[in-house]
Design a protein around this ligand. Structure first.
Ligand SMILES: Cc1cc2nc3c(=O)[nH]c(=O)nc-3n(C[C@H](O)[C@H](O)[C@H](O)COP(=O)(O)O)c2cc1C
Length: 195
C-alpha cells in the first residue's frame, strides 16, 4: 500500500508542510509506504483547455512536471492533498495541479453528459486538509471543498478532511503538538482504511 501526500504551499517548511509530515508519519506507522511531494518543486503549467487529452488520454500540450507526477498518482492507493488558504481558496500551485488531472476523465460524446474517470471503481481513497489564519467560517473560505469535489468527481472516496485554523506564522503549527498529533492520528486512520 502506498500513500502520496501533496502540498500546495509555496512556503517551504511552513504550516502545510508540517501538517503533511505529521499525516504521513501517522500513515507510515501503520506500515504503508509514503511519499511527500511539494508542488513548488515541480513546474506545472496551467491547463489551457485545448481538450487534446480527451483523445490522447494524457497531456500532450505540456511535457512538464505533471508527467513526473502522473505515474506516482496512478500507483498510489491513497492520496492526501493539502493547501494553505489563499484568499479563501487553494493556492495557484494546487489549482494548476488539480486542473491538470483532467486527462484522467473519460467523457462520453454527449456534452453536457455523463463521464467517468481512470480512477472510477479502483477504490482509491483520499484525505484533504487545509491551513488558514482565520477561524470564522466566512473568512477561512472553501479550501477543503476546492480539493474534495474535484477528487470525488475523479472517483476518489474522500474519507476524511482536516481543516486547521488559527495558524499564520510560518512555524505556528510546528509549535502546536496537539494539532500535529491530531494529524498523525488522521494519518493512521487513513492508512488503516486502505488495508
Ligand atoms: C496571499 C495570501 C492570502 C491569504 N489568504 C487567507 C485567507 O483568505 N484566509 C485565511 O484564513 N488565511 C489566509 N492567508 C494566511 C495563510 O493561509 C496562513 O498564513 C497559512 O498558515 C499559510 O500556510 P503555509 O505556512 O503552509 O504557507 C493568506 C496568506 C497569503 C500569503
Amino acid at each position: 500500500m502506498k500513500v502520496i501526500g501533496i502540498t500546495g504551499s509555496p512556503r517551504a517548511g511552513g504550516n502545510t508542510d508540517t501538517l503533511l509530515k505529521a499525516l504521513l508519519e501517522g500513515a507510515a506507522s501503520e506500515g504503508v509506504e509514503t511519499e511527500a511531494v511539494s508542488l513548488r518543486d515541480y513546474t506545472i503549467a496551467p491547463c489551457t483547455g485545448c481538450e487534446r487529452c480527451r483523445k490522447d488520454l494524457t497531456c500532450t500540450r505540456f511535457y512538464d512536471g505533471m508527467h513526473l507526477l502522473y505515474p506516482k498518482i496512478e500507483e498510489a492507493d491513497g492520496i492526501i492533498l493539502g493547501s494553505p488558504t489563499y484568499n479563501y481558496n487553494i493556492t495557484p500551485e494546487m489549482k494548476a495541479f488539480i486542473d491538470r488531472l483532467y486527462p484522467y476523465y473519460r467523457f462520453t460524446g454527449v456534452r453536457p453528459g455523463p463521464y467517468s474517470s481512470f480512477f472510477t471503481s479502483l477504490g482509491r481513497k483520499a484525505l484533504v486538509f487545509s491551513v488558514a489564519e482565520q477561524t470564522k467560517p466566512a473568512e477561512r473560505g472553501f479550501v477543503i471543498e476546492a480539493m474534495q469535489r474535484p477528487l470525488e468527481a475523479l472517483g476518489f472516496e474522500v474519507t476524511d478532511t482536516l481543516p486547521a485554523e488559527g495558524y499564520f506564522e510560518k512555524r505556528a503549527i510546528a509549535g502546536d503538538s496537539a494539532v500535529q498529533e491530531r494529524a498523525r492520528e488522521a494519518g493512521r486512520r487513513f492508512a488503516r482504511g486502505l488495508i
